[in-house]
Design a protein around this ligand. Structure first.
Ligand code: IPM
Ligand code: MN
Length: 352
C-alpha cells in the first residue's frame, strides 16, 4: 500500500529521534511491500524562528492531506523562561489538536519485564502493569472561554467547559478500547466539586449502559493520583478530562521507569498524530544520546491505528523488545555500555 506521512520533527531532540523512526518505517515498507511519501514540515519553536508562527498554515494543510502525522517534540527553554513571550511553541500543539479534531490522546503504559528494576517503585508493584490512559484532548480548561485577566490585571480566570457530546465520544472510545482488553474502564473526575465532572459521570454511566460487558468504576482524581503509585496494577483503561489526563499521564509514565519508551496516539476527526510522550529534552539535543524507542513505538501505533496494519506494528514491537532484552539501548537504559541514538535506530531497522 501507499501512504503519505507528514513528518514534524519539531524542537530539541525531535529531529534525531524522528530520523530513527523514519528508518524503521522504511524498513517495514521494504519487508511488507509498502511505500511512503514523507512530507517534512515545521512546527514548534523552530517554526516560530522561521515563520513567526508555531503552526504555519502550510504545515496544517500538509497534515490534513496526509494519512498520518509523525511528530517529534516541541518546546525550547528560551520560551519557558519568558512568561511575557506572545507566541509560544505550545500554542502550535494546541492549535494542531483543535484543527485536526484530535479529541483523544491515547497513552499505553506497560512494563517491560527486563526493565522492572528501572522503576522508582518497587518491582512487585510495577510488574505486570499494563494500562491505557485515554485523555480528552480538545475540551476542558485548556480551551474553555472566557479566559484571561480583569481590566486591572489583578484577577485571572480560566474556564472548564464540557458538552455532553464531547464526553460521550471520548468515553465511548475508551469503552471500545476496553472491549479488546480486560473490559474495565475507570472514569477519573472530581464530581464532588466540579459541575463538569458531574456531567462526565452522568454521561459516562449512560455510555456504560450501551456496553453491557464493560465494568465501569469512578474515581476522584486525587485518589487516582495516589492509587496509580500504590497499586497501578488495578487499572486497565483510564478515561479522564484534559487537565487531569495531562497530569495523570505524566505520573503514569514514570511507573515503568522508562519514559523514553512510551508512545502516544492522538486521534479524532481528521488525521491522527503519533508522538513520543517525552518532551524536547533540550539538554540532549544534537548529542546523539536520546532514546529513539518511544518514537519508534509511536510509529508502531501509527501502523496499527492509522493504517490498520497489525503485523507491521507487531514487527516493530518485536524488534524494539529485542533491542531492550539485548541491552542495545541508549544511556538512559544502559549505563555501562550505552549505544547512540542512531545506532539504536539502525539496529531496530535491521531487525525488522
Ligand atoms: C502534553 C504537554 C502539553 C499539554 C503542553 C506542551 C501544552 O504537556 O502533551 O501533555 O499540556 O497538553
Ligand atoms: Mn503534559
Amino acid at each position: 500500500m501507499k501512504f503519505n506521512i507528514a513528518v514534524l520533527p519539531g524542537d530539541g531532540i525531535g529531529p534525531e529521534i524522528i530520523e530513527q523512526a523514519i528508518k524503521v518505517v522504511e524498513a517495514v515498507g521494504k519487508k511488507f511491500g509498502h511505500t511512503f511519501t514523507f512530507k517534512y514540515s515545521l512546527m514548534g519553536a523552530i517554526a516560530i524562528d522561521k515563520t513567526g508562527n508555531p503552526l504555519p498554515d502550510e504545515t496544517l494543510e500538509i497534515c490534513k492531506a496526509s494519512d498520518a502525522v509523525l511528530f517529534g517534540a516541541i518546546g525550547d527553554p528560551k520560551y519557558d523562561n519568558d512568561p511575557k513571550a506572545k507566541v509560544r511553541p505550545e500554542q502550535g500543539l494546541l492549535a494542531m489538536r483543535k484543527e485536526l479534531g484530535l479529541y483523544a490522546n491515547i497513552r499505553p503504559v506497560a512494563t517491560f519485564p527486563s526493565l522492572a528494576d528501572k522503576s522508582p517503585l518497587k518491582k512487585e508493584i510495577v510488574s505486570g502493569v499494563d494500562l491505557v490512559m485515554v485523555r480528552e484532548l480538545t475540551g476542558g480548561i485548556y480551551f474553555g472561554r472566557p479566559q484571561g485577566r480583569s481590566e486591572d490585571g489583578k484577577t485571572a480566570y480560566d474556564s472548564c467547559v464540557y458538552t455532553r457530546a464531547e464526553v460521550e465520544r471520548i468515553v465511548k472510545l475508551a469503552c471500545q478500547m476496553a472491549m479488546n482488553r480486560s473490559k474495565k474502564v475507570t472514569v477519573v473526575d472530581k464530581a464532588n466539586v466540579l459541575a463538569t465532572s458531574r456531567l462526565w459521570r452522568e454521561t459516562a454511566k449512560e455510555v456504560a449502559s450501551e456496553f453491557k460487558e464493560i465494568e465501569m468504576d469512578f474515581m476522584f482524581v486525587d485518589n487516582a493520583a495516589m492509587q496509580l503509585i500504590q497499586n497501578p496494577g488495578r487499572f486497565d483503561v483510564i478515561v479522564t478530562e484534559n487537565m487531569f489526563g495531562d497530569i495523570l499521564s505524566d505520573e503514569a509514565s514514570v511507573i515503568t521507569g522508562s519514559m523514553g519508551l512510551l508512545p502516544s496516539a492522538s486521534v479524532g476527526l481528521l488525521t491522527s498524530v503519533f508522538e513520543p510522550i517525552h518532551g524536547s529534552y533540550p539538554q540532549a539535543a544534537g548529542k546523539n544520546i536520546a532514546n529513539p524507542l518511544a518514537t519508534i513505538l509511536s510509529a508502531a501505533m501509527m501502523f496499527e491505528t492509522a493504517f490498520n496494519l497489525h503485523e507491521e506494528g507487531k514487527a516493530i514491537r518485536k524488534a524494539v523488545e529485542k533491542s531492550i532484552e539485548e541491552g542495545f539501548v541508549t544511556e538512559d537504559l544502559n549505563r555501562t555500555n550505552p549505544r547512540k541514538t542512531n545506532e539504536v535506530g539502525d539496529w531496530v531497522a535491521q531487525h525488522i
